[in-house]
Design a protein around this ligand. Structure first.
Ligand code: AP5
Length: 217
């Protein structure tokens, strides 16, 4: 299955991507995770991306598209993938369609996670991520047993730099302006399925599984 997850910051894309990718036996490709890994390693790509990420803005398409092209050329993505955080603009979506057409294939489905802005703010302000294994937690909705320590691997938890209130507001503005038009773009292709992404994580996973079923999921 070739699948894209779309939704505002904090909709739960990263949380659900882990379960969906495992269920579908496809690699999860998150552009945000790739950028953060590069920032952490201090690579030229990371240095370039960091100033945009910290401001809540999108990294320019020319940087992002080449990075995704390289990742999709890796052997594990040949038979399917889950993209989390890409495409994020209509130009990125058009290039993705062209890249896949060159490979003689196409996206199967785009899953939209629908949540309102108040819920996004609650989720992002309490998010914590493990430095060791990358597991996403929440101080209220999915808390670890010990403060600041990952239950899965014992790693240290951190708060993302872009989860500050003023940056969250900018990310929401950028989403509405630049990413939400993807809903019409993929709706026009008949590939969009939207699900209610509120409520317990397991319930959202079940809704996602049911929604993907007709697409061979
Ligand atoms: P990226 O990492 O993609 O950030 P995002 O889209 O803003 O999404 P988030 O990772 O913040 O949220 P999420 O939907 O994954 O939610 P999560 O599962 O963590 O991108 C970061 C930056 O990189 C961008 O701003 C941009 O600068 C750059 N970038 C990336 N891709 C790009 C591209 N294609 N082009 C240009 N620039 C790009 O959940 C959030 C919290 O809620 C967690 O604490 C979680 O535990 C909790 N939670 C999840 N589900 C539930 C639930 N059902 N109930 C209660 N709590 C829940």
């Amino acid at each position: 299955m070739r699948l894209v997850l779309v939704g505002p910051p904090g909709a739960g894309k990263g949380t659900q991507a882990e379960f969906i990718a495992a269920n579908q036996s496809v690699p999860k490709i998150s552009t945000g995770d790739i950028f953060r890994a590069n920032v952490g390693q201090g690579t030229p790509l990371g240095l370039q991306a960091k100033k945009y990420m910290d401001a809540g803005q999108l990294v320019p398409d020319e940087v992002t598209i080449d990075m995704v092209r390289d990742r999709l050329a890796e052997p594990d993505a040949a038979d399917g993938f889950l993209l989390d955080g890409f495409p994020r603009t209509v130009p990125q979506a058009k290039v993705l369609d062209e890249m896949l057409a060159e490979l003689g294939t196409a996206l199967d489905v785009v899953l939209e996670l629908v949540v309102d802005n108040d819920e996004v703010i609650r989720r992002l302000s309490g998010r914590r991520t493990c430095r060791g294994c990358g597991k996403i937690w929440h101080v209220e909705f999915d808390a670890t047993e010990r403060d600041g320590v990952c239950d899965r691997c014992g790693g240290e938890l951190f708060q993302r730099d872009d989860d500050k209130p003023e940056t969250i507001a900018e990310r929401l503005r950028v989403y509405a302006d630049q990413t939400a038009p993807l809903v019409d773009y993929y709706g026009g292709q008949g590939k969009l399925v939207g699900i209610d992404a509120t409520g317990p994580v397991e319930d959202v996973t079940q809704r996602a599984t049911d929604a993907l079923d007709p697409f061979g999921g």
